[in-house]
Design a protein around this ligand. Structure first.
Ligand code: SIN
Ligand code: MN
Length: 288
């Protein structure tokens, strides 16, 4: 799947593109069915919500789960991002966010590139976020909220919030958010919230300012977040564990379009557990 000129222009203006129901129910089901057995594992890569057993985010499933390894190589997801960044990509981060019924906590206002720059020394913002809905996303179960056009501000100063939720995040202050929303149209379009059925996909710029509220509804909002980085823009420091910020910069090779519903061999290097190196960290900048 490739993007039209109009879609490229729209992405440049708004900082995101929404593709309702890009994946069929049959395709989505292969992923949904896998989630409970991943979430029940007592592993460090399952981060649970503060004061609850619900999983907030699961990391690196594409390294040990076949359906997610296929999704990570899906041409309907990878090709548009290659079009937008104009080069081959590697997987920088792979998350399955739970946002579970009643328990799903907020994600504070942030830009993802803020974290990738501050923690991982990713040289520029040439990386993309992809969200794929595994449940229907509605106004009730904590949808993403974007400030359209906010990616044009580039990288904004952020503060490291280690206490609001169970997961540390570089977050933006409320005064600045008010200004950005005002400038984007205030009550008339200053914030948008793409919602739609399971199988929908959003591509969004790594500098797009976003957040999501809590999920007090009785409906889960499981979504996959894939962060794809241009190979030439790979991170320069391994300060975070490898299952959070990946260290293999080989370009993603796509599988055929029907890969989620047919058998194709796929590499699962962490199938029998994570290697000790996946937990090692370093403050050093890569040499060379
Ligand atoms: C994120 O911004 O990384 C996650 C947001 C969400 O799951 O709502
Ligand atoms: Mn984010």
């Amino acid at each position: 799947m490739h993007l039209t000129d109009e879609q490229l222009k729209q992405f440049d203006k708004d900082g995101y593109l929404f593709f309702p129901k890009l994946f069929s129910s049959e395709e989505t089901k292969t992923l949904v069915n896998e989630v409970p057995k991943l979430y029940e594992r007592r592993e460090e890569y399952n981060i649970r919500e503060k004061g609850s057993d619900s999983v907030r985010t699961n990391f690196a499933a594409h390294m040990y789960s076949e359906p997610f390894a296929k999704l990570a190589r899906h041409p309907r997801m990878v090709k548009p991002v290659e079009d937008l960044l104009g080069e081959k990509l590697y997987m920088h981060q792979f998350k399955i966010n739970g946002k579970m019924a009643f328990d799903g906590d907020v994600w504070q206002w942030h830009q993802d590139y803020g974290t990738w720059k501050n923690d991982d020394l990713m040289p520029t913002e040439r990386a993309m976020n992809v969200a794929i809905f595994l449940d229907d996303v509605t106004e009730f179960n904590g949808p993403l909220i974007f400030i359209p056009g906010s990616h044009k501000r580039g990288v904004i100063d952020a503060k490291h919030d280690t206490s609001t939720t169970s997961y540390p995040l570089w977050t933006l202050d409320n005064k600045l958010i008010s200004e950005l929303v005002d400038r984007a149209g205030g009550q008339n379009g200053g914030m948008v919230s793409p919602k739609g059925p399971a199988g929908s996909m959003i591509l969004f710029h790594s500098c797009l300012v976003h957040c999501s509220g809590s999920n007090l509804s009785p409906f889960n909002r499981v979504s996959v977040y894939l962060s794809l980085c241009a190979v030439s823009n790979h991170i320069q420091r391994f300060k975070r564990k490898e299952y959070i910020a990946h260290r293999q910069f080989d370009p993603i090779q796509c599988l055929p379009d029907d890969c989620l519903v047919k058998d194709y061999p796929v590499d699962l290097p962490w199938k029998n557990g994570l290697p000790p190196s996946a937990f090692e960290t370093s403050q050093e900048k890569l040499a060379g």
